[in-house]
Design a protein around this ligand. Sequence first.
Ligand SMILES: Nc1ncnc2c1ncn2[C@@H]1O[C@H](COP(=O)(O)OP(=O)(O)OP(=O)(O)O)[C@@H](O)[C@H]1O
Ligand SMILES: [Mg+2]
Length: 499
Amino acid sequence: MAVSTIIGIDFGTTTSAVGVFQNGRVEVVPNRHGDMETPSVVAFTRDGIRLVGRRALEYSILHPESAAHRVKLELGGTWTFEHAHERHSAEEVASWVLNDLRESAEAHLGRKVSRAVLTVPAQFNLVQRTALAEAAERAGIEAVRMLNEPTAAALHYGFGHGEEHAFLVFDMGGGTLDVSVVEVGDGVVQTKGTGGDSNLGGANWDRRIADRLLAEFARQHGFRPNDRAALRRLEDAAEKAKIELSSAGSTAVSLPCLAVDGHRPVHLETTLTRTRLETMTQDLLLKCEQPVRQALDAPFGINDMAEVDRFILAGAATRMPMIARLARKLTRGREPQRAVGPYAVASGAALQGALIGGQLNEDLLLLDVMSLPLGIETGDERMCLVIDRDTTIPSRRSEVFTTVWDGQAVAQINVHQGRRSLARYNKKLAVLELALPPAPRGEPSIEVAFDIDANTVLHVSAKNLDTGETVSVRPDLRTAAHAALQRSDPDKAVVVREL
Ligand SMILES: Nc1ncnc2c1ncn2[C@@H]1O[C@H](COP(=O)(O)OP(=O)(O)OP(=O)(O)O)[C@@H](O)[C@H]1O
Ligand SMILES: [Mg+2]
């Protein structure tokens, strides 16, 4: 009997990769150009032809307005990409990339594919996760599991290692930094703590360099180019220079005809050294430390770097030598491991797919976590946590609340996710309203239960323990969009019921 393959997809901010499990091992799938990585870029040509991947990236350099980049960071938000008077959501643009990846996997396997394990940054909230699942669905892919990216990398790395190890995975890609502490051994891969910065990645370094190149151009020529194509070329040159400086001590940047001064074409020519790059991005390096501390500070985690056996660098941005230096500093001089290849995340996802699909019969228990805490807003506008950060999933937790006012007719349950203590700064996922029979304040007992499955799908219910009446919701993209428009009503507020 042919088993349908569950592929593993690492949909990245800048590049994506697909893994499949075949002939007893994971294979990373080449795309139609023979590349193992596909740029997560979409562009439309003048004739309306849609390009995805490398060709889209190449086209976008001369026609920046025609392309959508870094769409992963926009999932679940209100961003749109406008082309030929049509607006496309982030989910739609992402679906074109995912579709391309699915086709590559099908060409490689020689059969149809309809299911995948998808990876997400550990710091993705539930709305971003459902947005990715929706994008996958539009691409004809059922997301059978959402796996945290560092957990996937650890799974790839730890698979087949019998002994017990604690890994710290430091995964910095184009747009995000994700840190996880993972324990591997004895058939269990368990994430113990996570931290991250969803706004810190290789692109931050690129922007710094681009700013400096711009300043250098202005110094040489007395004006700043401001058309999009010139700025796009600058950004592109900045990224190339950064990559070059990972192996070389200095690099020449040369951009002929970057702008015109009157009728005279003007060029940018300069050099950049690694030392200079490192000095001008010291603050970015410092920002990398906080997520590491966060991951080591989880409620049930490994709280001491001395207990971490291996510091693993994943994500291509960690090829900058300054990142390896940071790792040595944080571990008091130990050498980090770069054994995780660029495809570790996709490989881990494919392994998980094979485990779920039964192609791989191993007793392997994968315990992932929900990184960001979940809770509801109480009368003082604070976040009352129902599920703490880094809780192993699946998980079900509940808390009992009561009313704030005499005769309060409705209890409003505002569901939020995030680390901030004031609820309004966290992502609002859904709003539930439970009608109440007249009672003095503080009398009713309203049990709010959060149920989160292995797929990080949440169900929230509110039950009046006196009458048994229950309302429930499964927060997703739509409920979150709706909730965002709804203001919390102080007349319907709830507080924790002290027992
Ligand atoms: N040799 C190198 N030295 C430094 N940076 C590099 C090197 N090669 C690639 N990069 C940078 O790594 C980043 C892309 O990393 P990667 O492909 O791991 O990210 P991603 O998976 O697309 O992003 P994310 O995981 O954040 O969604 C880009 O910023 C790129 O410029
Ligand atoms: Mg990545």
